[in-house]
Design a protein around this ligand. Structure first.
Ligand code: C2E
Ligand code: MG
Ligand code: MG
Ligand code: MG
Length: 269
């Protein structure tokens, strides 16, 4: 900084950063009220079997219409909510809401459907989390197998040992566990194998320009082989184009999610 003159400092200082931080803080203060009012709701995006486009499960994604800022995407507030420790009530609200809408989802997409929710690493460290979710699903007459818990690779790897233990407990109760955004974190392959995973979601960054790049195709295939070695369902995230969806048809048993098959929508549109 000492080597910068005043003019340079002025260009380095970006008021939009301060504004963004300020706005994030306001958002965090408003989370509770957002949950209690009708300002937050869930939309569901299908995960399909690529071979026949049959919907296998749906993923709940939180939506927020803020009274002052309008539509606020999860990326704008969830990471901070995790950092400052207010995510747990959000996760419980999401699970409760997803379970209360489950029968509408089943009547729309057919029986055998499961519903996936995104949870955070903080939830895993919360004492009694498993009892809380067991209680929620029981109240809604659901089975633990009906619920998939999606945890990002990054979250899982912050404390792999503790995560692994709790995932093991949840898994024994019948909940299904998905590793989200695989390929964006730093998994040790040994640690991955020790988790009780049911699903591996390959991050959409893997698909970038995939049809034009044989190297990227080989890396993608390697990720699929990893899924096979782990004996889990593999879901490819972020499929937007028909050409990519067609290319993916060659991999038997593969699942996909993306705007090509369906955008997130309310349970009862
Ligand atoms: P995610 O769990 O990986 O969810 C997938 C995100 O990709 C969603 O964004 C979805 O709308 C978007 N997406 C789906 N298909 C496509 C596609 O074909 N192309 C592109 N470009 N995007 C696609 P969304 O809803 O904005 O959520 C972003 C992230 O925020 C989620 O990533 C998840 O990590 C987090 N999130 C969303 N809802 C919740 C929630 O209820 N709780 C928690 N803890 N996190 C949530
Ligand atoms: Mg997810
Ligand atoms: Mg993801
Ligand atoms: Mg993501």
């Amino acid at each position: 900084v000492a080597s910068l003159d005043k003019g340079q400092l002025l260009t380095v200082y970006d008021p939009s950063i301060a504004e963004r931080q300020y706005r994030q803080q306001i958002l965090i203060l408003d989370v509770e009220e957002g949950l209690a009012s009708n300002a937050m709701w869930l939309e569901y995006q299908p995960k399909v079997s690529i071979r026949d486009s049959k919907v296998r499960s749906v993923e709940a994604l939180i939506r927020w219409h803020h009274p002052e800022f309008g539509a606020v995407t999860p990326d704008q507030w969830i990471p901070l909510a995790e950092q400052v420790g207010v995510i747990h009530p959000v996760s419980l609200w999401v699970i409760e809401r997803a379970c209360s809408e489950f029968r509408h989802l089943v009547s729309r997409y057919g029986s055998g459907l499961s519903v996936a929710v995104n949870i955070s690493a903080v939830d895993l460290t919360h004492a009694g989390f498993e009892d809380e979710i067991v209680d929620i699903i029981a109240r809604h007459g659901m089975r633990t197998e009906d619920l998939i818990l999606e945890i990002t690779e990054t979250a899982m790897m912050t404390d792999p040992e503790a995560s692994g233990r709790i995932i093991h407990t949840l898994s024994r109760k019948g909940f299904r566990i998905a590793l989200d955004d695989f390929g964006t974190g730093h998994s040790s392959l040994g640690t991955l194998a020790s988790f009780d995973l049911d699903e591996l979601k390959i991050d959409r960054s893997f698909l970038k320009d995939i049809l034009a790049h044989p190297t990227r195709q080989r890396i993608f295939r390697a990720a699929l082989e990893l899924g096979e070695a782990l004996d889990v369902d593999v879901v490819v995230e972020g499929v937007e184009e028909q050409a990519v969806a067609c290319w993916l048809q060659q991999f038997p048993g593969l699942y996909g999610q993306g705007y090509f098959w369906g955008r997130p929508e309310p349970a009862r549109p």
